[in-house]
Design a protein around this ligand. Structure first.
Ligand code: ACM
Length: 390
């Protein structure tokens, strides 16, 4: 049996938290910080882990990959932390991974991403492409048509996501009319060029991998140009409740996002999470899929810590293998082979109030296939085992 120390005198478990509170992706990352700290509060309110409180060491990497790498090194080298919860942009994750690998830490990454990656020092709790992009492509191709225009921010996630989306579109006899990249902080003139391209090509769908504050500029310019989302929506994996709060309901209405969680989900678990999130972080704080992953990954990690009695990455990983948790989206499970997570894909469309309404719920928990071994729009997992016993 693991001895339980007296919580009034015992040293806390220190964990690192790296989400930006400033910079271009601050809005969605603030939601991730809110989800992380909510889970830590809940665990501490229930007595901590093995009688020890959990203490978050929180830094603001300012949406800058280099600062993520430097702050990860500080957490592991100087703050005595082994577990880090953090990162939104894939460029940030790619700056942190060599550091956690060299300094023997473990990163928990709660953001959808482009896949095609594995690190023994990372647990991925956001969607891989077979858990959001495939379902989005299937829905769009069946509803709007097969002529796509791709527009993204200028970094790795959009390049790779666009490549994957191009495969899905072309295998469905569709066409990618153009692929445009804009800076992370686009000027009005750069957004205008995208709008001009939309007007000229008249696609069936605009697939946007624009992230952060530039998202609002794109959707607002689309709205001002008078395009009709019912005929030609912007579809995305990264336009969450946080970006919608920035752009406003009028610009967001009618557009589509695929994600495992939306603030509007009506299940009791989702309602409880949204209420607790808003009680802690403010009534107007947007609750995003990225915040939900940030929340449930802390619970999974600290349950593993309670079982292991140690925060050594190898001990935590051994306890996490095939571990399950009743997350707000549904019961999730860590895939022991890939360190990714079984998740519940959904497709939502924004209504006139700026709230996502689910337009397609496949109702299944999908095994992560981070390398997209299976490319079929009708088969979403590597081994045909799309649904795990729940
Ligand atoms: C992302 O860069 N993974 C959104």
């Amino acid at each position: 049996m693991i001895p339980v120390p007296d919580s009034t005198t015992a040293q806390p478990w220190r964990v690192g938290v790296l989400f930006s509170q400033t910079g271009v992706t601050r809005d969605v990352e603030r939601s991730q910080l809110g989800g992380t700290l909510l889970a830590i509060d809940e665990i501490n309110a229930a007595g901590g882990v093995l009688g020890r409180k959990v203490e978050a060491v929180v830094y603001d990497p300012a949406s800058t990959p280099r600062q993520y790498g430097q702050l990860a090194a500080r957490l592991l080298d100087e703050d005595g932390v082994r577990l880090i919860f953090g990162c939104y942009m894939s460029s940030a994750r790619k700056a942190v991974l060599p550091v956690v690998e060299a300094l023997r830490g473990l990163l928990f990454y709660p953001t959808l991403y482009e896949g095609f990656e594995y690190s023994r020092h990372c647990v991925y709790t956001g969607a891989a492409p077979n858990q959001n992009a495939i379902q989005l492509a299937k829905y769009l191709l069946g509803t709007y048509g097969n002529r796509f225009l791709l527009v993204g921010s200028n970094y790795v996630f959009p390049y790779e996501s666009n490549r994957i989306m191009t495969d899905f579109v072309t295998q469905s006899d569709g066409r990618v009319l153009d692929e445009i990249y804009i800076p992370l902080e686009p000027s009005a003139a750069e957004i205008d060029k995208v709008i001009a391209r939309i007007a000229k090509t008249e696609p069936d769908v605009i697939f946007s991998t624009v992230v952060g504050a530039g998202t609002a500029s794109l959707y607002q310019a689309y709205h001002a140009a008078g395009f009709d989302p019912a005929k030609m929506p912007i579809a995305s994996l990264t336009t969450s409740e946080a970006e919608i709060a920035l752009m406003g309901a009028a610009a967001a209405a009618g557009h589509i996002t695929a994600a495992p969680f939306f603030e509007t989900l009506a299940t009791p678990a989702a309602r409880r999470f949204v209420a607790a999130f808003k009680a802690r972080n403010g009534a107007d704080a947007p609750v995003t899929a990225e915040a939900e992953a940030a929340y449930f990954q802390v619970h999974l990690a600290l349950r593993a810590l309670a079982r292991a009695g140690s925060d050594a990455p190898d001990d935590i990983l051994a306890e996490l293998r095939d571990a399950e948790f009743d997350a707000p989206q549904g019961r999730v499970r860590i895939d022991g082979e890939t360190n990714h997570t079984w998740l519940w894909p959904r497709v939502g469309r924004v209504d006139a109030q700026g709230r996502f309404q689910v337009v397609w719920n496949p109702g299944m928990r999908v095994k992560p296939d981070p390398y997209c071994v299976v490319q079929s729009l009708d088969d979403w997992s590597a081994d045909g085992l799309a649904v795990a016993p729940v």
